[in-house]
Design a protein around this ligand. Sequence first.
Ligand SMILES: [Zn+2]
Length: 123
Amino acid sequence: MRRKKQNVVFIIILMVVSLVMLFFLIMEKKRQEGDKVLIYVNGTLMQEVSLDTEDEILIHGNPGDNVLVIQNGKAYMKEASCDNHVCIQQGEISKNGETIICLPNQILVEVSAENQKMDAVVR
Ligand SMILES: [Zn+2]
């Protein structure tokens, strides 16, 4: 009798742990998917661009200009007037919260998933 009760408790704990893990997996997946990029120059939001588009965007930085490419749901810095080209080396970004920073031109590109959060609320 006592043994049976222990088994039930064990199964309940296992189910709760599984559910919690599933919940975190879903949250992690949601967090990772971005749907637009925010372009900041000198700390000011200059432009919002959807990651669904295919586009080349000329960013008027301070003092130089950069070219950001959006393709296949990803964004990367194609051209930059800065000396070190660290921003180009940062590669592609597509996940929520990922950034490309060009310090010499004071440009910050950040992936955001604001629309997806709204979708979740509507559903
Ligand atoms: Zn740069």
